[in-house]
Design a binder for this molecule. Sequence first.
Ligand code: ADP
Length: 594
Amino acid sequence: MSAWRSIKWKLIIMYLGLVLIVMMVSGTYILLSLRNIELENSRSELELYAEKISEQVLEGDMDDFQGSLLKTVTNVFGIQGNILDDLGSTVASTTVLEAPYPMYSDKAIISAMNGEASFSTGEKSIDTFGLMKEWMSYAVPVRGETGDVEYIIYTRLDAGDMQTSLNQTTRTIIIAVAIALLLAMCMGYIFAQTLTVPILALTKGAKNMAEGNLHQVLKVKSGDEIGQLTSSFNYMASELQKNISEISKEKNRLEILLHNMSDGVISFSKYGEMLLVNPTAKVLLGLESTDMDFAGFVKEYNINAGVYLDIESEPSKQITFPVGNQFIGAKFTPFYNGVGRMEGVIVVLQDITEMKKLDDMRKEFVANVSHELRTPLTTVKSYTETLLDGAMEDPEITTEFLGIINSEADRMAFLVRDLLQLSRFDNKQVQLNIVELEMNGFLSMTVKQNRIHAEAKNQTLTFEAWDTPVVVHGDRDRVGQVINNIVTNAIKYSLENASIKISIEEDDTYYKIKVKDTGMGISKADLPRIFERFYRVDKARSRAMGGTGLGLAIAKEIMESHKGKLTAESKYGTGTTMIMWFPKQKPVLEEISI
Ligand code: ADP
C-alpha cells in the first residue's frame, strides 16, 4: 500500500485542505472588508478635506486662494487639495507654493464641471519625485449665487499607501495561513496517529490470526469506536479459537476413527478429485500416492461395472474387483450437502478374499456333491430302466444288474456317510470318547486286518513295534478310522510288490506314526491339496477303487479334533509317507455343541 493512500496522509491532507479553505475564505473576506473600510475612510477623508477647503478658503479670502489653502489644516498624511476654476484650470494647490499650478485631467473633475460631485480611482501620474503614483480623487463643484459652477475643489490621496497597508495585511494573513497549515499538519498527524496506531495493531492482529495465532489479546486503549472494534476483535478471536478447537477435536475424533477402521474409505468430490483416503484403503489397494482422481481410480482397478461419479440419488452400488491376489468389495455411496445437492462419492472397501474363497468353496462343494451323486444315480436309473424294459426276463442279467445297482447304492451310502461325518465336524458335533490307546498293540491289529489286502497285491505290510508301550489319548474308533484310511490308501495307491512300513517316532511333544509306502507318490502340485474335500489326484482311479475323495479330509478333521496333525511327504513316482501327530499330553478338547 502506498504511504499516500494511508489514513494518516488522507487525514493530514484533509486537515490541510480544510484549513486552507477556511483561511482563504476568511482571509479574502477580511481583505475585502479592510479594503472597503480603507476606501470608505479615504473617501470620507477626501470629502472632509474638500468641505474644509470650501469652508475656509472659498468662504474666506477670495483673493488669496493659495494662502488660505495652505493654511487649511488636515492631519491626513499625503492628502492633496486643489482649487480649480469652472474651466478646470488650477488656481491654488497644496502641492506647490505658487503658480504655475499643476494641471489635472480627471474624470471626477469633468463630472464636477457638470455640477456633480464624484470620486475616481485608478488615475495615475508621475509625482514631483518622478515616481508613478495611483490616486484616489474627489471633485466637488462650488456654485455661485447664480447656481453655476464657479470653482471646483479637487482633493486626492495616494492610493498606493492604502494598497501598502492592504498588502501588509495580506502578508500577515498569508503568514497566519502558513502557521495554521503547519499547526493543522501537526494536529492532523497527531490525530491520525491516535487513529491509525490501534488500526495498525488491529491489522497486525488480523494477520497474526490468519497465520493461526488465535491466542493473542489486543489491548483496548479507549472506549471509542476503535476501542469497541478492538474488543469485538478480541471476542471474535476467542470465539474463533473455541470453534476451531471444537472443530479440530471433532476432526481428530473422525481422523482416529478413519485411521483405525478395518474398512478402507476413499472419498471423491463431484469433480472427481480424491478428498480423503484412509490407511486401510491404501493397504487394500496398494496405493502409494494419493493424487489419483476418480477416472484414474476406475481405470487403475479396471472397474467397469457401471460406476460413475454423478450417481446422484441412485442407491449405493456394490461391486467386487481383484487387487493382486485379493478380492476387494467396494460400496459406492453418494453424499450430499446441507441443501441436498450431491457433493461426491464415498467408497467403502473391504477385503472379501476370505469370504469369496469360502463362497467359492461352498459352491464348489455343492457342485462336487451333486456330481458325485449324479454318477451313481444315473447308473442306478439306467440299469433299473433296462431291467424294467425286459432285461428282468434274463435271471443272469438281472443278478448282474442288481449287483451293480447294489454297489452304486453302497457308493452313495458311503458318500452320504462321509458327508454326514464331515458336516458333524464342521458343526462341532463330534463327541470323542478319549481313552488311552497303546499304539504297539493298536497298530499290530491294524496291520493284521489289512494284510490280506496287501497280500492280494503282493505288497509287504510291516510294522516296527517299540519295546516300550506307546500310549496316546484318543477315541478308539476315530483313530482306527484314520489309520485304516491311510493304510488302505497306501495299499490302493501303490502297485504290486510295493512295501508299506508302519513305524513310530517321537519328538518332545508328539508321537509320530508314519505310514511309508513305495507307491506312485504324489506330485508337488497335488501334495498340499490331497486333504481338500473331493480332491483326487487321479479321479477315475480313485472312483474305480470306491474312494469318495473325502477320506483324507475326514482323517485330517479327526486328527485336529485330537489336537494333533496329519501331514504328508511324497516324491512322485517314489512313494509317500503319511504322518499322524499325536500330542503326548492328554489333549484338552473343545466343548461339543449338540
Ligand atoms: P480317496 O477316497 O480318493 O482315496 P482320499 O481323501 O483318501 O480320497 O485321498 C485323496 C487323494 O490323495 C487320493 O485320491 C489319491 O490321489 C491321493 N493319495 C492318498 N494317499 C495316497 C498315497 N499313499 N499315495 C499316493 N496318493 C495318495
